[in-house]
Design a protein around this ligand. Structure first.
Ligand code: HEC
Length: 107
């Protein structure tokens, strides 16, 4: 009985921290909106070899490089990945939020 209570408490805590994380990201910049506007054309279709959002196999070796490397590559460009997805009007924070949104399903 006591163990069940602990499990329930742990599950509630995990849920609360996930919500807090989501809220923090959205407070800075709307990653989903940036993704839909600037990243989706390639990252939903896999155009030019872009890793598709939610494709765990495609993202595993990239996530291993660390989120800071992914931020840098998204901002400065990486092979066929254009700097800021070609939208130079985006702030670094907006691009980072879009990266967070992109890797969120596979983290
Ligand atoms: C014109 C197509 C295109 C657009 C638009 C685009 N990407 Fe990419 N992206 C790519 C391609 C292609 C790769 C794979 C590059 C490689 O691994 O050689 C990539 C790779 C990445 C990676 C992984 C980098 C790494 O180090 O493995 C991230 C993160 C990323 N893109 C983020 C973004 C974000 C954020 C946006 C929108 C702001 C965006 N991309 C828009 C084509 C695009």
């Amino acid at each position: 009985m006591e163990n069940t209570m602990k499990l329930v408490a742990a599950a509630l805590l995990a849920g609360a921290s996930t919500l807090a994380f989501t809220a923090t990201v959205q407070a800075n910049a709307d990653g989903e909106a940036v993704y839909n506007q600037a990243c989706m054309a390639c990252h939903m279709t896999g155009a030019a070899g872009a890793p598709i959002r939610g494709d765990a196999d495609a993202w595993a070796p990239r996530v291993e490089k660390g989120i800071d490397t992914l931020y840098t590559h998204a901002i400065e460009g990486f092979n066929a990945m254009p700097p800021k997805g070609g939208q130079m009007g985006l702030s670094d924070e907006e691009v980072k939020a879009a990266v967070d949104f992109m890797v969120e399903p596979v983290m």
